[in-house]
Design a protein around this ligand. Structure first.
Ligand code: PMP
Ligand code: GLU
Length: 397
């Protein structure tokens, strides 16, 4: 069977693959430390589970409107008002099967063949793939560690061509943990407004911020940029609900309408009982979020300090999300048992095979000098895994 050419360059998600590989090794009895996790290691809070059970008991088990149930749209509207000072109407919100599918449906809704989407690197693995599947062209612009992995308005301006349709912003960022101040977003917004470029603002890590960082949504800055922004968010990370598959997009009616219609012909709707559980997640008690963020903060501090203490390793101190993105490039060119480490992919293979530590290779995120380590795993595993990495690096000659 000859598969569609559209998918000829499609790569499976490397972040999901590493997590699955570590789980499979553990199931075989191998003592592997998995730093791949792109999901909180906390259970979904009880009040949220109870809301799903109640929905089941009440028979809320049928199709819902394609764009999402009204009480969830209202809870999302309230969340935007309360957390981000942005006002949306129901027609500007669509509930999707995870934030990933919101981005996918958005790309399908706005891209014509060859349309360009600017993606700052390091980027989340799925952005370029999704743009390509939808027939668009990912245009990667590099950020530098010394600029704390942030793109400048000048860089954005330079990358814009008549074919540019959108710019992806992900603050706080997966994989770097870098996050933009409101004043920095304002300057990027000015360029976007001047050039009429849509902003895709992925805010899924909004609640995971540290060191007193204040999160700002670019859509909250002024009306002009709000009209040019689609905000992507969801309950996966904030409420430890990755398996429930509920995300959402908010933005101009025309785009939201197109995504809703696309859903009506593809997924039909996000799962009914998961939507009810998400209403509780957004409107119920929020203390579980604060507890989780506090715990992540402790692990983050420990991890950054330990990584920076290792010879030849430097790690940016992340302001948000739950990943560290250390630079290991000074170890490239060295060997173990005659096998040379040429880049991040060789490094992650070496760490998995020799140290039994699973990490995601930086090249998957568009940066070959780094590896990604999640701190959404227990403090004990972090300690054990980092000790193993330190020992493994010492064994390179
Ligand atoms: N955006 C980013 C930056 C992510 O890391 C993730 C992680 N899965 C997603 C979107 C998608 O999240 P989900 O589909 O689980 O809502
Ligand atoms: N986004 C998470 C990660 O980067 C989960 C995996 C995925 O959706 O790709 O690890």
């Amino acid at each position: 069977m000859k598969l569609a050419e559209r998918l000829s360059t499609l790569k499976p998600s490397p972040t999901l693959a590493v997590t699955a590989k570590a789980k499979a090794m553990k199931a075989q009895g191998i003592d592997v430390v998995g730093f791949g996790a792109g999901e909180p290691d906390f259970d979904t809070p009880d009040n949220i589970k109870k809301a799903a059970i109640k929905a089941l008991d009440e028979g809320f088990t049928k199709y819902t409107p394609s764009g999402g149930i009204e009480d969830l749209k209202d809870a999302i509207i309230e969340k935007f008002k309360k957390d981000n000072s942005i006002t949306y109407e129901r027609s500007q919100i669509v509930v999707t099967c995870g934030a990933k599918h919101a981005i996918y449906a958005l790309a399908e809704a706005i891209l014509n063949p060859g349309d360009e989407v600017i993606i700052p690197a390091p980027y989340w693995v799925s952005y370029p793939e999704i743009v390509s599947i939808a027939g668009g062209k990912p245009v990667i612009i590099e950020t530098r560690e010394k600029d704390t992995f942030k793109v400048s308005p000048e860089q954005v301006k330079k990358a814009i061509t008549p074919k540019t349709k959108a710019l992806v912003l992900n603050s706080p960022s997966n994989p770097t943990g870098s996050a933009y101040e409101a004043s920095e977003l304002m300057k990027i917004a000015e360029v976007a407004v001047e050039k009429g470029v849509l902003i895709i603002s992925d805010e899924i890590y909004e609640k995971f911020v540290y060191d007193g960082f204040t999160f700002a949504s670019i859509a909250s800055l002024d009306q002009k940029i709000k009209d040019l922004t689609v905000v992507i968010n969801g309950v996966s990370k904030t409420y430890s609900m990755t398996g429930w598959r509920i995300g959402y997009a908010a933005g101009p009616k025309e785009i939201i309408n197109a995504i809703t219609d696309l859903q009506s012909q593809s997924t039909s709707n996000a799962t009914s009982i998961a939507q009810k559980a998400s209403v509780e997640a957004l409107k119920g008690p929020q203390d579980s979020v604060a507890t989780m963020v506090r715990e992540f903060d402790k692990r983050r501090k420990f991890m950054v300090e330990k990584l920076n203490s290792m010879p030849g390793v430097s790690c940016y101190n992340p302001k948000g999300a739950f990943y560290c993105f250390p630079n290991l490039s000074s170890h490239f060119g060295k060997s173990f048992n005659g096998k040379k480490i040429n880049g991040s992919s060789d490094m992650s293979t070496y760490l998995l095979e020799e140290a039994k530590v699973a990490v995601v290779s930086g090249d998957a995120f568009g940066s070959d000098e780094h590896i990604r380590l999640s701190y959404a795993i227990s403090a004990e595993s972090i300690r054990k895994g980092l000790d193993r990495i330190e020992a493994a690096l010492k064994n390179l000659r």
